[in-house]
Each structure stands twice: as C-alpha cells, then as structure tokens.
Design a protein around this ligand. Structure first.
Ligand code: SF4
Length: 420
C-alpha cells in the first residue's frame, strides 16, 4: 500500500459557493416535498392537466429544469406567478439534488457529496466525480471519431477529435462518474463502497440530478463540450435497473446528452444484462463488465457475485446485446498487486476475451488503496507488462489514468467520508 491519507485533507474541502447553496434555497431538500426533477415531459404534462393547466405548461417546466437547469420554481418565469404559487402551495418544488461539498484534487479532479432526498424519504448523500480531460476510459471505443461525425466539424482532427482551428480552441472535455445507489450490496472485496452495504436505491431524479448539478457547476455546453458519463460510482446500476434506465432516458430525451458518451458498468448481474439487451440502441449507454479476474476461481474470491453468475453466464448474456457499428464491450480489470496482475493472468485474460468472440477492449485500472482493504497496488512495471501482453494477443487494452486518489475519488474508493 502507498501512503495515501486515511481521510481527505481538510484543506482541500471547498465549501459551496452561494449560487449553488443559497440560504433559504428550497432546491431539493425538504424531506416531505414533492420533486418535479425526475419526472419526464409526459409526467409533467399529466401533472399540469391534473391541476387544470394546459399541457404545454408541462413542456415549459421540462425545458426549464432539464435544459436551462433552473433550480427554483420562482425562477421559471415562463409560468405565471399564480401557477408557481399554486405548485409551491401543493408541496411541489424542483428538488434537484444539490452539491453539498466539494473536494478538489491536485490533478483537477473534483469529488462531490451530493445531497439527495427521495420523495417523502430519507435525505442522504452520494458521491459524484468530475474528471477533467477524462480518465482515458473511453479510449478505443470509436467515441472520438463518432464525435467528429456527429458534430460534422471540418476543423476537428479525425483521430483525436481536438480542434485544429486556432480561432476555436478545443472544447471542454471531461468525464463524470455517477452513483446509482447509496452504498452497494455486491460486496466486491477490493471496493470501499462495499463497506457501506446497501442503504437505498437512488431515484431517477437523484441519478440524473447528479449529472445536471455537475454540468451546471462547470457551465458545460451540451452538444459542444465533450463530456462522458460513466455509471461506475457507488452502487450496482443493474440492481436498481428501472430507476437507472429512467435516469438514462431523462438525460438522453430531456437534456439531449448522447447515449454514445455514456457507459454503464455492471459487476455481472445477468438478469439486468438480459433486460439491457432489449433496450433500443438509441436509448441505452455502452456496456462495461467489471471482470477483474482471469478466471472464476480468482473472481469468486474477489467478487462473491461470481458464485451466482459466473464468467461464462455473464458473457452469454452480453452476447445478446446488439452492438452499434464500431461499438465494443469494455471489460474493466482492476489490477491487484500479486493477486490479478501476474503475466499468466494477462495471458489468461487474453484467451478469455478472445474466446468470447465479442468486439471488446480491456480497460486496466491499477487498484486504488483504501483503509481496511487488504490488497496492494500493482508494481508500475506489472501494469504496463499486462497491457502489452493483451495488445500482443490482439486485444485492445488501455490503462485508465488514476484520478483524484488524494481525495478518494478514484475507482473503488467512493464512500461517504463526510456525511451531509
Ligand atoms: S465495485 Fe461496484 S459493484 Fe462492487 S461493491 Fe463496489 S460499487 Fe458495488
């Protein structure tokens, strides 16, 4: 283990600026309020009809909360004052999750404690991470070329997607790591979130709200800035399937984020993967499988879920997913020093991935240390040697850059270190 601090350095704790946490703000946090955030346009139209308003009022609310990122009902000036007051009197508020605390890493990564309150339920915080410049997790999946195609910009390098026009410098590029549950029940032995156990599922509004809160904080321009979403934060998205997919639909249909810039990672919940395979391509993220071991024997020690669904059953389910042109399945592989990082493990992973017959790539992640977790980081040489073995076997393999280790923002490190 390396000597990372057991708690984030409090000097790095940055309190919210007033614009995001205004005194008296009603955004999202009265435990018994009814949040509009999380309802899609159709729900909002139905709500307006139910209070005797025309249907287009629902579309105005959807526009305000999902595209203009308004956080207070009083700021939706397209609605009459009387209607705004009527909604407040009936207990409605926008109710978008808010960023309560920010930890900033020396590498520019930001980890947020985001305060969520389920309708009528408990208020809890989850963690969301902003990684400027991404973590290279999207490498090799055709995303950059896809971006150039979508934007149709002649001044973008077709390999990198960067601007080649000095008058229009490159856009903001980042990855947001999003949580789907408070805690997690899957109990992967190398993961800090597992220590929390499962506390509750997040609602669609709480999952999508993390994304919008972070986009808003960074003034991201949807459609111009290149922001990837990875559903790899706290929780197992496929054990909260309906809410997770509802959140994805909100982000795609209401905010116009691209599904090709979203990746969901599962520990291998076979019924979830089978349902995912039925989703229309235009309404689903890309799929990553958290593999983390070269065979069932090692995997079931690290990931008890493997007793229920072994590698073969997971791969069989993945084969049902109809891929888009150029799309690849990602196998995420955490390298644990001495446990999963040996040369024979690399050769075994290469054989395993080849045997699947899937268009696939492997993302390697050097394990990030956490308190009370009895593993060690791989040696730097072992990581590159592992990658090289895969590449020589014809398997595209990338090293995910570790981000925000000093603030516990890196993979497997998310656990509420300060309660909201
Ligand atoms: S790695 Fe993911 S699935 Fe496994 S315990 Fe951690 S949060 Fe849950």
């Amino acid at each position: 283990m390396t000597a990372y601090p057991s708690q984030p350095d409090t000097k790095q704790l940055v309190q919210l600026d007033a614009s995001q946490h205004a005194p008296g703000s009603t955004s999202g946090h009265a435990a018994h309020s009814k949040p509009l955030f999380g309802m899609d346009t159709q729900d909002l139209v139905s709500l307006m009809l139910s209070v005797g308003e025309p249907s287009w009022r629902g579309k105005q609310i959807a526009e305000a909360i999902y595209r203009q990122w308004v956080t207070e009902l009083s700021e939706i000036t397209t609605l009459s004052v009387a209607l705004r007051e009527k909604l407040v009197a009936a207990g409605w508020q926008i109710g978008r999750p808010i960023i309560e605390q920010v930890f900033q890493s020396v590498d520019g990564t930001e980890r947020y404690l985001v305060k969520c309150s389920a309708a009528g339920g408990s208020v809890q915080t989850v963690e969301t991470v902003w990684m400027p410049e991404g973590d290279d997790g999207e490498s090799g999946d055709g995303t950059e070329a896809e971006f150039v195609k979508q934007v149709g910009a002649p001044c973008l390098d077709s390999e990198t997607g960067e601007s080649t026009d000095p008058a229009r410098p490159s856009r903001q590029r980042a990855t947001i790591c999003v949580s789907s549950q408070v805690g997690c029940a899957v109990n992967c032995q190398f993961c800090l979130t597992a220590k929390l156990g499962l506390q509750r599922n997040l609602t669609p509004g709480e999952i999508a709200g993390q994304v919008i809160a972070v986009l808003d904080r960074h003034k991201v321009e949807v459609g111009r800035d290149r922001v990837n979403l990875v559903f790899m934060g706290m929780g197992e998205p496929f054990l909260n399937y309906d809410n997770f997919m509802a959140a994805v639909r909100l982000l795609i249909l209401e905010t116009s984020l691209s599904p090709q810039r979203m990746t969901v990672s599962t520990s291998g919940i076979v019924p979830g993967i089978e349902r995912f395979a039925q989703e229309p391509k235009e309404l689903r993220p890309k799929l990553a499988i958290s593999l983390n071991a070269p065979n069932d024997q090692i995997r079931q020690q690290l990931m008890p879920i493997n007793h229920k669904w072994n590698i073969e059953s997971v791969v069989d389910a993945v084969r049902l997913v109809k891929l888009r042109p150029r799309e690849r399945i990602t196998f995420e592989y955490v390298l644990l020093g001495g446990v999963t990082d040996q040369p024979e493990h690399a050769r075994e992973v290469a054989r395993l991935v080849r045997r699947t017959g899937l268009p696939a790539k492997v993302n390697l992640i050097a394990w990030n240390p956490g308190p009370g977790i009895p593993y060690s980081m791989p040696q730097p040489g072992a990581v590159e040697a592992f990658r090289q073995t895969l590449v020589e076997a014809g398997i595209p393999a990338y090293l995910r850059r570790p981000r925000g280790r000093d603030i516990y923002a890196a993979c497997g490190q998310l656990k509420r270190t300060v309660e909201g």
